[in-house]
Design a protein around this ligand. Structure first.
Ligand code: GLY
Length: 371
């Protein structure tokens, strides 16, 4: 049954970008078409999606879009093979070729129907196709719903690394339908849960408590509880993006757990899922904060307990070598020509950024977390 749609406004600095709304609800596919049609964002819509999502929701979504737009509504679908391996310039150029063949012009808009890969790549294409056309995010994974669909980061990967070619380009709307979570595999669900826990740790002690109390509801994927925590997460992300749209300061706190987490993830050649790597990274950051900055042991223990309780692994698997993780961190530093910045904690809800973490502390904490 479809639910009420909650709307959250993302108010951006008008000089940089236009503002937009995040609409959240359960089984709102039908309403998405109507809201888009009401807002008259474009004359024509092209849904960009991947092979997994297309099978489940592609036709249904297209039907609703055409229904909402009336007889003359033009809507097409372009699909590409699912997976991070597709997030590259070759796929982007193939999609651009299809757009040109369809006769898509600047009165058209793209709809990104899928997870982070679909959202990042569709946003990237929209930002450069004919010097930019509008796009709308319809995220279908939990991670995309609470993180990557909000805030306008777009990108494709290069052989040299992830997200190396990209833009800041805000969508014209984000539609979060919680019904998509019913078909989400456990590992994908966990990727999003790790980011939701992150919001509690970096921004909101009350939200962290709510998550502690709601572990059973999370495991059961209780609809009402998920709607509540997804909504809070979207509000937190939008608040941070509103203050720092172009990632020049505050937005860095969203990297909590991601510095060591990314080194673990890439060190495993992406065999370890993002959520598991980030969970280990968040525990590592909490332990470093405890050692160096008097972060209370009781708070560090609560973080570890919550991560474990929701079923995320808080350790670094044996096959990932400590030296390998350290080498990746150093390589990132060399590549960016800057210090490695760590997001650490004074308290739950009180993060700060520092480059002052010695290699010996890093080594000790990574060793402790290896299992
Ligand atoms: N996912 C991190 C950011 O949007 O800044």
């Amino acid at each position: 049954m479809s639910s009420q749609v909650k709307r959250i406004k993302v108010n951006l600095n008008k000089k940089l970008s236009s503002s937009y709304e995040i609409s959240i609800g359960h089984d709102i596919i039908g309403k998405i078409g109507t809201i888009i049609a009401e807002n008259r964002i474009a004359d024509r819509y092209v849904v960009v999606t991947d092979s997994n999502v297309s099978v489940l929701y592609g036709e249904l979504f297209l039907k609703e879009l055409r229904k909402a737009g009336g007889e003359k509504a033009k809507a097409e679908i372009i699909e590409f093979p699912a997976g991070e391996a597709s997030k590259n310039i070759t796929t982007a150029l193939t999609i651009v070729g299809r757009l040109l063949n369809l006769g898509v012009d600047r009165k058209s808009a793209l709809l990104a129907l899928g997870g982070g890969v679909v959202g990042d790549m569709t946003g990237f294409i929209a930002s450069v196709f004919m010097r930019s056309i509008p796009y709308i995010q319809v995220p279908t994974s939990l991670l995309a719903q609470v993180d990557s669909s909000i805030g306008g980061k777009t990108a494709v990967d290069l052989p040299e690394g992830k997200n190396l070619l990209g833009t800041f380009y805000q969508p014209r709307g984000v539609f979060v339908d919680l019904k998509f979570l019913n078909t989400l595999p456990a590992s994908e669900f966990n990727n999003g849960m790790a980011e939701i826990i992150k919001y509690g740790i970096i921004d909101d002690p009350d939200f962290f408590c709510l998550l502690e109390e709601g572990v059973e509801a999370i495991k059961k994927r209780d609809e009402a509880f998920l709607e509540r925590i997804v909504t809070t997460s979207c509000r937190t992300k939008k608040k941070i993006v509103e203050i720092d749209e172009k990632d020049q300061g505050l937005r860095h706190i969203l990297n909590f757990g991601h510095t060591i987490g990314h080194a673990v993830e890439s060190g495993s050649e992406y065999k370890i899922p993002h959520g598991s790597a980030i969970s280990a990274g968040m525990i590592a950051a909490a332990r470093i904060s405890e050692r160096l900055y008097d972060f209370p042991s009781s708070d560090r223990a609560r973080i570890e307990r919550l991560i474990e309780a929701v079923g995320l692994p808080g350790y670094i698997p044996e096959f990932i070598r400590t030296e390998g993780v350290l080498a990746r961190l150093k390589w990132d530093k060399k590549k960016s020509g800057t210090m490695i910045n760590f997001v650490l904690l004074k308290k739950i809800g009180m993060p700060f950024v520092t480059a002052q973490v010695t290699e010996s502390t890093l080594r000790e904490v990574i060793e402790e977390l290896r299992k």
